[in-house]
Ligand binder design. Sequence first.
Ligand code: ADE
Length: 386
Amino acid sequence: MRSTVPVPGSREIARVIADWFSRGARDLPWRREAVGDPGVRRDPYRVLVSEIMLQQTQVSRVVERFDPFLAHFPTIDRLAEADEASVLAAWSGLGYYRRARLLHAAARHIQREHDGRIPTDPARLAELPGVGRYTAGAVACFAFGASVPIVDGNIARVLFRVFDRRAVQGDAADMRWAWETADQIVRASSGHVPIPAINEGLMELGATVCVPGEPRCSRCPLAALCAGGAAGTANQIPSPRKTTARKSVFCSTALIMDRRGRILLERRPSPGMWSLMWQAPTLEREGVRRHAGAARFAAWLGVGVSALERLARFRHQTSHRTVHFECWRVRLDASQARPISASRRWVEPGELPGIGLSSPQARMIASAFSASSPRRGSPRARTLPR
Ligand code: ADE
């Protein structure tokens, strides 16, 4: 049954949110105010980088990686002029590496087409590689103060609940409704309430109070205005979408060190998952239900089975796949060592931070170098520290 609670007024919501945000926003590295340039609230380059990083990645992880990335590439020009490998390396740990390539391409586009200055107009911003309506709006609004709506997952959830819309996760019609509602709020508030504080406040509320699952309504500034809260439905909104099963991939990975303490790595093919990133030699199987098994893996590597010691198994989820890793230490004696193919090379430990590794590979490779791990013991199902 639909709630009979009156639908709250757009400007009232905006006022409460902007006020709440201006009093209690988290201090995040990309939120620092710009100084000097009139019409610029925040450094647009920092806003662009942070918004791309924040797509599908948790704030806490972005907080860790943001300043090191900016130290590597302090300006849009430095990013545009960098080679792709160094951009991917600096992106390490953030996952979804396609975003790093697109950000790099966007920097080159800005250098070529806009003289190295990030455009202020959302329509121009949306022409950049990797920049959709949300990111274009976020940069225009947070950096330049544009009066545009933005909707991400957090904002959509807040709006669905406040208006008691029984939305389904990821549903296209519900998302259209969220954009229209956000637009209505911005129009009703323009000239009365600062738009960046509304947009970022809604986002902040979704991230910290109106969280997925059970919302923290007792701490919510919108509690008195929330139709979903009054109807008792907020914790069921949005309802989960029917999921399609992720594909399973089974990877057997070989940690092979030489006497000088270097590790053998290879480059992944392109296109595909983790395209062109480095990894310890990995036999990957799709459309099967288990790992290759020691004998097959040893044959693939060109070593005897006795050279293998199984260290760990763990699972890694990507957006479309569950990747099951099995990680082996391989002891080579001189007679076993097979020639290194062109796509493989020995890598010094000191080089590792500078080459692009996916997070599961970084996790396995770190275990190869750590003194305490790998340890001997049960050959089954040990997991590795993250
Ligand atoms: N997620 C996306 N953009 C964000 C921002 N500017 N602050 C916090 N979380 C975000």
